[in-house]
Design a protein around this ligand. Structure first.
Ligand code: CP
Ligand code: NVA
Length: 308
């Protein structure tokens, strides 16, 4: 039985906690190892992951590739423009064919309906490497980073500033599954997906929406932002102007808890959504967060392939 990972809820809170623990264990075991060597147990030896990219990527591409290598398997990259998918072969037929050839599929695409269709027709696990709606793999790395920094997830106070995008949606989902509070500070009209908010609240997470950036960040232990204009989104001058009050700068960070940490999935648009002073400052853990994509992706792969 393949485990699809289209959203964090596909795994649920207990499996997410297990993923974070496994990632921490594997990360600490590797500390004493030469960088190039695989994990000793090589649990995915002989397994191949196909990665379909319909949008740009640095971290997702490299972390999944390295995760597969370190787990003893391998990955192949399919830029959709150079595949038959890019020439109109259907998602369903692509799913059927790849299922006969590889052990798992990771896809980064635009419309979330496409990944649902792929998962429906594939017999192997399908992993969401970002859609316009959500970015669950990023959030496994984010939660790992938060725990690593010494914070407990239940009861955590998190602030999100800016655009209510795919990353925000998945963080809200995490708030429900792991029972923490997320305060979303953003301009009217740029709120996260209402379905994610309602499901998180129903699951026991606290989701607070405000247009006041100071209220959002006040007392927060974790402050998170992302690009104001996501890939494939229209953006424009009005959009960027509306985001300006939500820039994470030193004045805003001063309102967070004294030991607060700053997260950003990257790539950053420096001095737009975050100032150099904050992203390069002592509260920023963005490089740990980026590294943690490898460790988190290993857990996602192991869970999807029923090895966790
Ligand atoms: N954070 C993230 O998903 O980065 P990439 O777009 O580089 O994969
Ligand atoms: N919200 C961003 C995340 C990039 C990793 C985007 O979709 O472009």
């Amino acid at each position: 039985m393949a485990h699809d990972f289209l959203s964090l809820s596909d795994a649920g809170g207990d499996a997410l906690a297990a993923m974070i623990n496994d990632a921490m264990d594997r990360k600490s075991l590797r500390k004493d190892w030469a960088k190039a060597r695989p994990d000793m147990d090589a649990p995915l030896a002989g397994h191949v992951l196909a990665m379909i990219f319909e949008k740009n990527s640095t971290r997702t591409r490299v972390s999944f590739d390295m995760a597969m290598r370190q787990l003893g398997g391998s990955a192949l990259i399919m830029e959709s423009g150079s595949t038959q998918l890019g020439r109109g072969e259907t998602v369903a037929d692509t799913a059927r064919v790849l299922s006969r050839m590889v052990d798992a599929i990771m896809i980064r695409t635009d419309d979330h309906a496409k990944i649902e269709e792929l998962a429906h027709y594939a017999d192997v696990p399908v992993i969401n490497g970002l859609t316009d709606l959500s970015h669950p793999c990023q959030i496994v790395a984010d939660l790992l980073t938060v725990v690593e920094q010494g914070f407990a997830l239940p009861g955590l106070q998190m602030a999100w500033l800016g655009d209510g995008n795919n990353v925000a949606n998945s963080l809200i989902e995490a708030a429900g599954l792991m029972k923490f509070t997320i305060r979303i500070g953003g301009p009217p009209g740029y709120e996260p997906d209402v379905g994610f908010i309602e499901r998180a609240r129903a699951a026991g997470g606290e989701v607070i929406l405000t247009n006041d950036p100071r209220e959002a960040v006040s007392g927060a232990q974790i402050v998170v932002t992302d690009t104001w204009v996501s890939m494939g989104q229209p953006g424009g001058e009005k959009h960027v102007a509306a985001m300006q009050p939500y820039q994470v700068n030193a004045d805003l960070m001063a309102l967070a808890a004294p030991a607060a940490r700053f997260l950003h999935c990257l790539p950053a648009h420096r001095n737009e959504e975050v100032t150099d002073e904050v992203i390069d400052g002592h509260q920023s853990v963005v490089w740990d967060e980026a590294e943690n994509r490898i460790h988190a992706q290993k857990s996602v792969l192991l869970w999807a392939l029923e090895k966790l």
